[in-house]
Design a protein. Structure first.
Length: 293
C-alpha cells in the first residue's frame, strides 16, 4: 500500500500514514475505485491492425458509385496501311494474269456501256453499277482464294437478284451524288458508302436502305485510314511520274525515261484499279471481323 497523499509506502496493517498522518485507504476502496476504469476498457471494441483492419473496413463499408470500377471503352483496331498493301500484293501474286485480265475486261465493258449509253444515262448508269458489283464479286473471290471467272462479272444481272442489286447500287449512287455538292462531306460520304457492294454480295437478305446504313456503321472510325491508303497510292504514282519527267530531260539518255514514263502510265491504267480494289477488299475483310452489324 502507498499513501495517496505523500506517496510513502505504508505497512500492511497501518490505519494512518506514519509520515503525514493521512488515513490509509482500504483494499476494498482501491478495488472499487479501479472498477470503472476496467469496465470502460472492457467496453471498447478491439481494433484490428494491419491488413485485417482494411479488409473489415471494406466489408462493412457499403459500395458507392464513386468506388465502383469503371472500364473505359477500347476502340476496335485494324491493321496498318502497309499491312493492307501487303495483303493486296499477296492476292495479286497468286493470280496476277487472271485478275489483271478480268480487271481489263471490266474497264472495257464499262467504257463501252458508258459511251453507247451517253444519250440514255438512265439505262447506262444502272448497267455500269451492276458491272461494278460483279467486279467486286471477282475481287472477293480472288481475295478468298476462290476461282475467278469472267461469268462472275454478270452475276449481278441474275433474274432473281437484279432488282435488289440494282436498287442497292443506285441508292448508294444517289446519295453519293447528293453529297457531291458539299465540299469535304462528299469525300467522307463516299467512304461511308463504299462497302455497299460488298454487303449486297455477302448478305443476300439485306435491302438497299439497310445496306447503306450498315456500310456507314462499318466504316465509322476507319474512313480516315481508308482515305490515307488511297492517298498514299496516288501520291506515290504522281511522285514516280514527276521523277521520270525530270530524268527525261537528261541529254542523250532522256528518251529511255520517256519510254519508262509511258510504260508506267500504262501500268497505272491497267493495274491501279485492280490494286486499289483489292486494298478496299482487305479493309472490308478486317472490319467485318469486328462484327459491326
Amino acid at each position: 500500500m502507498i499513501c495517496k497523499s505523500c506517496g510513502n509506502p505504508l505497512p500492511d496493517d497501518a490505519k494512518f500514514c506514519p509520515v503525514c498522518g493521512t488515513p490509509a485507504a482500504s483494499a476494498e476502496e482501491e478495488i472499487s475505485a479501479a472498477e470503472p476504469v476496467i469496465e470502460q476498457a472492457a467496453e471498447q471494441p478491439e481494433v484490428p491492425s494491419g491488413d485485417s483492419w482494411y479488409q473489415s473496413a471494406q466489408a462493412e463499408t457499403p459500395p458507392t458509385q464513386s468506388s465502383s470500377t469503371y472500364y473505359a471503352p477500347v476502340a476496335p483496331s485494324i491493321g496498318s496501311i502497309p499491312s493492307f498493301y501487303r495483303k493486296a500484293f499477296n492476292v495479286l501474286k497468286k493470280k496476277p494474269i487472271r485478275l489483271w485480265g478480268l480487271s481489263l475486261l471490266y474497264l472495257v465493258l464499262v467504257s463501252l456501256v458508258s459511251s453507247l449509253g451517253a444519250l440514255v444515262p438512265l439505262i447506262s448508269i444502272p448497267i455500269v453499277l451492276l458491272l461494278s458489283l460483279g467486279f467486286t464479286g471477282i475481287l472477293l473471290a480472288g481475295y478468298y482464294g476462290k476461282e475467278c471467272r469472267a461469268e462472275q462479272m454478270f452475276d449481278a444481272f441474275r433474274k432473281d437478284e437484279i432488282i435488289r442489286n440494282g436498287a442497292g447500287m443506285c441508292w448508294m449512287e444517289l446519295w453519293t451524288m447528293v453529297w457531291s455538292f458539299v465540299p469535304v462531306m462528299n469525300i467522307i460520304k463516299s467512304y461511308s458508302y463504299c462497302f455497299v457492294p460488298y454487303i449486297l454480295l455477302t448478305d443476300k437478305e439485306i435491302g438497299a436502305s439497310e445496306a447503306l446504313k450498315k456500310s456507314m456503321r462499318m466504316t465509322d472510325g476507319f474512313k480516315g485510314k481508308m482515305f490515307g491508303a488511297d492517298v498514299l497510292i496516288i501520291l506515290g504514282m504522281y511522285l514516280m511520274i514527276f521523277v521520270l519527267l525530270l530524268l527525261s530531260r537528261i541529254p542523250y539518255i532522256g528518251w529511255l525515261f520517256v519510254l519508262a514514263l509511258i510504260l508506267f502510265i500504262l501500268a497505272v491504267i491497267l493495274f491501279l484499279p485492280l490494286f486499289m480494289g483489292l486494298v478496299r477488299t482487305a479493309f472490308f475483310e478486317d472490319i467485318s471481323k469486328l462484327g459491326r452489324d
